[in-house]
Write a protein that binds this ligand. Structure first.
Ligand SMILES: Cc1cc2nc3c(=O)[nH]c(=O)nc-3n(C[C@H](O)[C@H](O)[C@H](O)COP(=O)(O)O)c2cc1C
Length: 154
């Protein structure tokens, strides 16, 4: 019996956006992110959406990939979430394959352990979230994906 693939390659889209966190100063970021991921995994699994959420110094950068209509619908829902603001879409493009196939959603908060990446963020203006473009955003998220994979949380 052949397995059913809900996401034929021709319908796959990837959306990447950056947004500003909009949380009370005393909000426990880890708990906020854990709540987001819990809802995300449940909702995204039903829609064959995979992705990665990067949490860094007041910013979110997220990739969503899956069937085009589902990705756009989820993004509209996410963009209206008051826990962040100013969501700026960097890319919404057909994708030939998933780059974040391992997770319906996974969050990574950059920490001191991510020396190389943090250096790159600090030194390379083009990697600052407010200036990030589609190419650099995907590079950054893929670098985080690779760290995440090595750390064994995948
Ligand atoms: C930065 C950020 C990323 C989010 N990512 C997702 C996501 O990938 N999928 C999702 O369903 N909800 C995501 N959410 C949560 C949605 O905005 C919304 O709260 C949630 O989908 C509601 O789920 P429920 O109706 O099942 O309670 C995200 C929220 C924020 C602030």
């Amino acid at each position: 019996m052949t397995s059913f693939d809900p996401t034929p390659a021709h319908g796959l889209q990837r959306l990447i956006y950056a947004s500003r966190q909009n949380l009370p100063p005393d909000a426990p970021l880890d708990e906020v992110v854990a709540d987001i991921i819990q809802a995300s995994i449940r909702n995204n699994r039903e829609r064959a959406i995979t992705g990665l959420l990067l949490v860094h110094e007041g910013w979110f950068i997220q990739a969503l990939e899956g069937p085009g209509p589902a990705v756009r619908e989820r993004f509209e829902r996410i963009a209206a979430d008051p826990r962040h603001a100013d969501a700026r879409v960097l890319e919404i493009e057909p994708a030939s394959a998933r780059a974040f196939a391992d997770w319906n959603m996974c969050a990574r908060t950059l920490s001191d352990a991510d020396d190389g990446l943090l250096d790159a963020l600090a030194e390379r203006e083009s990697l600052a979230p407010e200036r990030l473009d589609a190419r650099n955003a995907l590079r950054l998220l893929k670098a985080v994906r690779d760290i995440q994979g090595r750390a064994g949380f995948g």
